[in-house]
Design a protein around this ligand. Sequence first.
Ligand code: PLP
Ligand code: ZN
Length: 401
Amino acid sequence: MHRLVCIHCGAEYPADEVIYHCRRCSHLLAVQYDLDSITIAPGVWERRPISVWRYRELLPVSSAPVTLWEGGTPLYHLKQLGEEIGVRALYAKHEGMNPTGSFKDRGMTVGVSMALQLGMKSVACASTGNTSASLAAYAAKAGIPAVVLLPAGNVALGKVAQALMHGARVISIRNNFDKALELVHELCLSQGIYFLNSVNPYRLEGQKTIGFEVIDQLGGEVPDRMVLPVGNAGNISAVHKGLRELETMGRIDRLPMMTGIQAEGSRPVVDAIQRGLPEVIPEPSPETVATAIRIGAPVNAEKALTAIRATGGTAEFVTDDEILAMQRDLARKEGIGVEPASAASVAGVKKLVGEGMIDRDERIVCVVTGHLLKDPETVVRQCEAPAEIDADLQSLLSALQ
Ligand SMILES: *Cc1c(COP(=O)(O)O)cnc(C)c1O
Ligand SMILES: [Zn+2]
């Protein structure tokens, strides 16, 4: 069994209440389980296919889930890039290999399942793109309507295409993500629509399984560090929460140093960590080519600052040029195609190693969050267009010169 608990004042709410913020202090809620009473016999998880639902004892869903088979993504050893950057063992957990091409599917399989479990009839979110693509697909699978709000002009093409094709009501807001989020929050509260941004504590429960899978894929070993790109800061908070649960249950004996990477033009969490601030100062006009992390007021900042500080981790920013250079390196040296925001995690490791902030002996897992095909326009801008030639061998040979 589980309940919802305020992360600030500890107030408790029943599991079946539709609530996103504490009524007493308005801070966020987290799902809390009676970990003492959960027993998972040795080998039970290992015998199930690796996916979000391998870990169902630590998830809030009690009925048949709405699933498209999410999770079970590959953990690649970055041999070439690890050597170049100069660390002992560098890995990438490729979340672009989820059903709609980002880790958001882990959150949505749980979030949409909970929408049905709570008797909700429709769902909504604001999105920089991937959340909307994922929500649209899972709402389609569940057979319920979805409304998604996007910041006009700042969503990658592939993501809009997905949201439209899966049949969501897609609305563009003439403003940024942070404003779209405020608006959809009001819409959900006033219209009784289930709110599936990462303020929703159940969504983060699905996302925490990234950490569980990493431990399983490393043969039960805990990496020294986990590095994630940070936008709304839900994912880094979710992974930390999940690993803390494993620690409480005695399945692991330490936690990785949680490390968050933001883009230079959109870095309130980095500033708060580096300046030792008690909370983030929102960035009113965030800017970066990595649209998935173009967020100035991260709603999960409080959880993320705790995750980073409690594990001795850190936060750093990278420039758009560093992000795009690492997107190309991942593609050309490792065969891994990711969207710009995802490359931020590995670019951050490179920068932190260069600054001496990461020990070269560490075993590091970077979460690469979304697929290359999400943002074809940014790819086309970086790469030369294919040469167009006449269809004869002579022309081909001279083109290949
Ligand atoms: C959502 C998203 C992020 C940011 O995750 P947060 O939980 O908002 O910090 C990073 N990369 C990609 C590709 C995303 O879709
Ligand atoms: Zn509270």
